[in-house]
Write a protein that binds this ligand. Structure first.
Ligand code: SF4
Length: 493
């Protein structure tokens, strides 16, 4: 059996697609590469390779209306191909939609596009194996079982990769006024320490060199001990099998599941478990995403002390004015944020920071925007994800007064982007000449004689080296800048 998967949205969605791919793999399904963008190219989808595909899975994002529109385009496109295939008498095509849109719209998706066979919501992913079994047997499942809370998969690993995500928590309790995530992904739930440690151990043995501990707000990680262990066990027993190596490692680490654990304690535990293993293969750990109100001094202390943790933190600020931060329900002030950045910078030399910035929020004035621009200058972000406000139905911000006209939003966003480009250029320019360690991720797309690597600070670097260096660490001198990528030379270790 063959499948094709298209994933849109955040890192969490990418990790969840990887976990679903593990379930396909366990059943011997073969992955067909998704057609290259422009994704609508019908010729690619009428190719002989696509005519073998049994199931198309679209993992959707709801964070912005544009993301949903794009997903609808893909759903309608595959629906048309499915009808075409049905009319020709060729093998049937099963169309499955999952991700945040599946959770948000559920029945509405099938009502609008009846060619969709299954809509798999956030709490139904454990039934995914059963769904595949039914497709193989030519049966149809009437309903997919829902779990009472989100269940973590055993593995999110993409075979052959040297970097991997390890989800540690799911959902969000913050209810920022513009954000749909808490309504779609539910309340925060943390993954068991034994499951996190077991996955990291299996990844290290698979050759992974760097992991990113992942969650909507990793700093809220909170494992409650016995009660959580009983809940997680109940879910895991009803779920997928996982690999034998994972099960063995998890049993060995189960001694950690009985006691409460917060995020800094989890960071310490991950570090000590890796040291105890003594393999030395997995040397870098990152985490994503951090909410400024929850990043504690204890976390800063762990980063300062432990070289396992990369010198980069993505610290979403969203806006630089207290009035806008309050309307966004971010629950920190500009002063809180700048104080946190000051403490982090003082404790962690060489730290790079990146962020998310949302402009054009209802009621945002020119003075508010000036404060955002000023904060960007003060912090000096290496890069930012910048976007302008678009209302999401069902969120408080969608009905707030003081909507900013589109033209003004676009103009403000352009100013933010321009400033970020200038800051990035200046910070990166100051790094030319520095010597740093990198992890080689792959071959350069431009020249086969060069490799593409990344620093702990999340900067991209290319330098001449053979393909055999992929997956290894190297010491380089940064020689010059080409766009936002450093050109470098390798030095002896
Ligand atoms: S912290 Fe705020 S922006 Fe982030 S997922 Fe939660 S509600 Fe959304």
């Amino acid at each position: 059996m063959k499948y094709l998967i298209e994933t849109y949205g955040c890192q969490m969605n990418k990790a969840e697609s990887s976990a679903l791919e593990v379930i396909f793999g366990e059943r011997g399904w073969i992955k067909e590469p998704a057609p290259a963008e422009p994704a609508g190219a019908p010729s690619a989808l009428r190719s002989p390779a696509f005519s073998d595909v049994d199931l198309v899975l679209i993992n959707t994002c709801s964070v912005r209306a544009t993301a949903e529109n794009r997903a609808w385009g893909r759903i309608d496109h595959y629906a048309a191909l499915k009808r075409e295939r049905g009319a020709s008498g060729a093998r049937p095509l099963i169309l499955v939609v999952t991700g945040c849109m599946a959770e948000r719209m559920k029945a509405e998706i099938v009502a609008r596009q009846p060619a969709v066979d299954y809509v798999v919501g956030t709490f139904q992913k454990q039934a995914f194996g059963l769904l595949l079994d039914a497709v193989e047997a030519g049966r149809r499942l009437d309903a997919l079982e829902e779990t009472p809370s989100f269940a973590f998969s055993a593995s999110y690993y993409e075979p052959g990769s040297f970097r991997s995500f390890v989800p540690i928590m799911h959902g969000c309790n913050n209810f920022c006024s513009y954000c749909i995530v808490p309504y779609l992904r539910g309340r925060e739930i943390s993954r068991s320490p034994s499951s996190v440690l077991a996955e990291i151990a299996v990844l290290e043995d698979s050759g992974v060199r760097e992991v990113t501990l992942l969650g909507q707000n990793v700093n809220s990680y909170r494992w409650l001990g016995e009660a959580d262990a009983r809940r997680a066990d109940a879910l895991e027993h009803s779920g997928g099998a996982g690999s034998a190596a994972f099960a063995e490692a998890k049993a060995a680490y189960s001694r950690y599941d009985g006691a409460p654990l917060d995020f800094p304690s989890l960071l310490r535990l991950v570090s000590s478990a890796l040291k105890e293993r003594g393999r030395g293969g997995l040397r870098w750990v990152r985490f994503l995403t951090s909410h400024p109100k929850d990043l504690s001094d204890e976390v800063i202390a762990v980063l300062a002390e432990d070289s396992l943790y990369c010198r980069h933190v993505h610290l979403c600020v969203q806006a630089g004015s207290d009035a806008v931060l309050s309307a966004m329900n971010r629950r920190y002030t500009r002063e809180d944020y700048l104080g946190l950045v000051g403490r982090m910078r003082a404790a962690i030399p060489g730290l790079s920071l990146s962020t998310d910035i949302l402009v054009g929020f209802p009621g945002e004035t020119e003075e508010d925007l000036a404060l955002t621009l000023d904060l960007m200058e003060k912090v000096g972000y290496t890069y930012s994800y910048m976007y302008h406000f678009n209302p999401r139905d069902g969120t408080p911000a969608a009905s707030m007064p003081g909507r900013i006209p589109d033209k003004v939003k676009r103009e403000r966003l352009a100013r933010v982007i321009e400033l970020q480009k200038r800051i990035t250029r200046s910070l990166m320019g100051a790094r030319v000449g520095a010597v740093d360690e990198v992890l080689v991720e792959g071959l350069s797309r431009r020249r086969a004689s060069e490799v593409l690597a990344r620093t702990q600070r999340d900067e991209m670097v290319v330098f001449p080296a053979p393909a055999s260096r992929v997956g290894t660490f190297a010491k380089v001198r940064l020689l010059s800048l080409s766009g936002n990528t450093f050109r470098a030379e390798e030095l002896a270790l």
